[in-house]
Design a protein around this ligand. Structure first.
Ligand code: RIB
Ligand code: CA
Length: 311
């Protein structure tokens, strides 16, 4: 029986790869997609999620709208320079207008799914952690229905949005602190330390493009992202951050993890949004399973093989 999977997301071009990966992996059943503000505003991320479900012929997967803003403070900004103003690398208009989304809020849809699931549900959170924090706060009675939470986010040795902070975490540090410091649900954190090593190069992109018209459309949304990587990092490849986390959600144990407490800096100093690990022996607090190791070539090949099934 496939494991029920909910993906909380802010598409977002690497989110797009992650969603296609989940739809073409028999180990899981994507039972819902919940949209969050993040790379762009939530209206746009929700529309993009619906567009991507339509691209894969899976508009049967409910897409619900979640948080439009962080829990406490204002969002530090969008990531349009990486994902385009439309969140799909400027290629969103090439997608057919999808059917309307689910009328329930992300919280209501997720709670309903958790209540009725025959087995614990995996949640992959590949955007800001606001929706996930809200779920844990509003429905503590449902935490035993969540098998695990896999988060793309954080960076133990610095960030990408600021020197200290990774984007998903600084988008809502208070939400991230809530998720990483709770003990009710096991959390796997997939940080930049690993995802910035999983770089899809031009050969990878070319293979995806050659897999068929829909794969080519997916590859197209990555072009702006590729240009940004060339400009910012002098590398002709793209980090498919979210897909790495979702592969771990699909095939538990793909990534090598180390348990350690993780706190999030929620002050307004230069370290706001930093994810601070406690590696000390005898450290106190719930452990987060931090993914730092992987066979990078095998992960890239596995993601490519599965996403290419889009055709
Ligand atoms: O820092 C990488 C994360 O921020 C990814 O989830 C990407 O989609 C962006 O939202
Ligand atoms: Ca994302």
């Amino acid at each position: 029986m496939p494991t029920p999977l909910i993906i909380d997301t802010d598409p977002g071009v690497d989110d797009a790869v992650a969603l296609m990966l989940a739809l073409h992996s028999p180990e899981v059943e994507l039972v819902a997609v919940t949209a969050s503000f993040g790379n762009i505003a939530v209206e746009g991320t929700a529309r993009n999620a619906r567009r991507l479900m339509a691209l894969a012929g899976r508009s049967d997967v409910p897409v619900a709208v979640g948080a439009a803003r962080p829990l406490v403070h204002h969002s530090p900004g969008w990531a349009a320079e990486w994902h385009g103003a439309d969140g799909l690398g400027g290629r969103g208009d090439g997608f057919p207008e999808p059917p309307p989304g689910d009328s329930r809020t992300a919280l209501a849809l997720t709670a309903e799914i958790l209540r009725s699931a025959d087995e614990p549900v995996t949640i992959a959170s590949i955007g800001p952690l606001t929706n996930t924090a809200l779920l844990l706060a509003a429905h503590p009675e449902l935490t035993d229905r969540i098998g695990r939470i896999v988060v793309m986010g954080g960076g133990l040795s610095g960030g990408n949005f600021t020197a200290a902070a990774e984007f998903n975490v600084i988008a809502d540090p208070e939400a991230a602190q809530r998720v990483f410091t709770q003990a009710e649900v096991p959390v796997t954190m997939v940080p930049l330390d690993l995802t910035m090593r999983v770089l899809a190069d031009t050969a990878w992109l070319a293979t995806l493009e050659a897999a068929g018209p829909r794969s080519a459309q997916l590859r197209g949304v990555l072009e702006l992202y590729r240009e940004a990587f060339r400009e910012r990092y002098d590398v002709d490849a793209v980090a498919i951050h979210d897909a790495v986390a979702v592969l771990e959600a699909i095939v538990p144990g793909t990534l090598g993890t180390t348990p350690m407490p993780v706190q999030v800096a929620c002050d307004f100093g230069p370290a706001r949004g930093a994810t601070v690990p406690d590696r000390r022996r005898g450290a106190e607090g719930p452990r987060v399973h931090v993914a730092l190791d992987a066979d990078v070539d095998a992960v890239l090949a596995e993601i490519l093989e599965r996403v290419s099934r889009l055709g």
